[in-house]
Design a protein around this ligand. Structure first.
Ligand SMILES: Nc1ncnc2c1ncn2[C@@H]1O[C@H](COP(=O)(O)OP(=O)(O)O)[C@@H](O)[C@H]1O
Ligand SMILES: [Mg+2]
Length: 335
């Protein structure tokens, strides 16, 4: 962990959080240290325990074990103080479908104690900020998924809490709305907020999060910056494009055989369908030369060669033995 001054407590400090549902340890000893003023990503597949962790940190669910502090305030003994420091958005937003966007925000604002005129002004500001001005007078039932998500985030910002929990803010969004959401999150952090965000998307964690905790089956299995995670699994990837595309499968087999022999275990090179490129894990980049010689001996000419750091996908696979993203991409998997 990086150092910090005790006088400035971390945004989140959790030790050994546990939540048991029946027989299942949904969260099984999660410890986190989230510094202020950054995006902290919690990356894990469906059912990993992300939402349950957030709900415990946000005082919405009582832990069965462990402890957590938000800016130094204990979630169990000082829940009111904690609630004044946080905003939560995500899979359990409570908004009224029949009311308009403006009405929903005004109600939220009034609940938070703003005067009538302040509530109106704040709501209009937020709707503008999130590109919802034109939709302000429409009832929510006519809103798209992306508009709902933005309204949800807008509602959580009425009180401008220093810490925001965003639970899968972009799951199921189209790419354009997703990148708008990313911009908004980056801006919030620039303005001083701390964001903890859960995601199933490796590219989202990679691009948005300053630090990442990888969570699987209720446990944090790795944490660090994206680069640290990549370095920790110690893999590089070899990528090859051939001059003669027709020989790609032959080349793939040669590369696989070569690497398997070099490492004394089965190594599979794969072919990426879109790019017609061979990709193989490469524990030792200096072996690349030998692979190229081997291909030349077989008259297979290489057009392009690249030795890259592993993707977060590969890191996740190396850490857990299974892929991170399911192919099902539902929004309704909420607990
Ligand atoms: N209220 C609950 N009752 C019983 N099981 C639950 C409840 N909430 C979550 N779970 C289970 O706990 C595990 C973790 O769930 P969750 O925290 O929602 O994961 P994630 O948000 O990472 O998808 C899942 O197996 C889920 O089915
Ligand atoms: Mg969840």
């Amino acid at each position: 962990m990086t150092s910090y001054t005790p006088a400035e407590p971390l945004a989140i400090e959790a030790e050994g959080l546990v939540k048991v549902f029946g027989e299942q340890r949904a969260v099984d000893g999660v410890s986190l240290a989230v510094p202020r003023g950054a995006v902290y990503g919690v990356l894990g597949p469906n059912g990993a325990g992300k939402t349950t962790t957030i709900r415990m940190l946000a005082t919405l669910l009582r832990p069965d074990g462990g402890s957590a502090r938000i800016f130094g305030r204990d979630v169990l003994t000082e829940p009111t103080a904690v609630r004044s420091l946080i905003g939560v958005t995500g899979q359990y937003a409570s908004v009224d479908e029949k009311l308009t966007a403006t009405e929903n925000l005004v109600i939220f604002s009034r609940l938070l104690g703003l005067s009538k005129s302040d509530a109106r002004r704040k709501s209009a500001e937020l709707l503008e900020e999130f590109g919802l001005t034109e939709a302000a007078a429409k009832p929510l039932e006519n809103f798209s998924g992306g508009m709902r998500r933005r309204l949800d985030l807008a509602a959580s910002l009425i009180a401008r809490p220093p810490l925001l929990f965003l639970d899968e803010p972009t799951t199921g969004l189209d790419p354009r709305t997703r990148s708008q959401m990313w911009d908004t999150i980056r801006r919030l952090v620039r303005e001083g907020s701390t964001v903890m965000l859960t995601t199933q998307y490796l590219d989202e964690a990679d691009q948005l999060a300053d630090r990442i905790a990888v969570i699987d089956r209720g446990k944090v299995i790795a944490d660090g910056t994206s680069n640290e995670l990549k370095a920790s699994v110690g893999l590089s990837a070899l990528q090859l494009t051939l001059t003669d595309r027709d020989r790609i499968d032959e080349a793939r087999i040669l590369v696989s055989e070569f690497l398997s022999r070099a490492e004394g275990k089965i190594v599979d090179a794969t072919i990426s369908p879109e790019a017609g490129r061979i990709t193989a894990p490469l524990p030792d980049p200096s072996i690349t030369t030998d692979i190229l010689i081997r291909l030349r001996e077989n008259d297979i000419r290489v057009d392009e060669i690249n030795v890259a750091k592993p993707s977060l996908d590969e890191v996740f696979f190396a850490l857990t033995g299974h892929a991170a993203e399911d192919d099902t991409d539902t929004e309704e998997s909420a607990a």
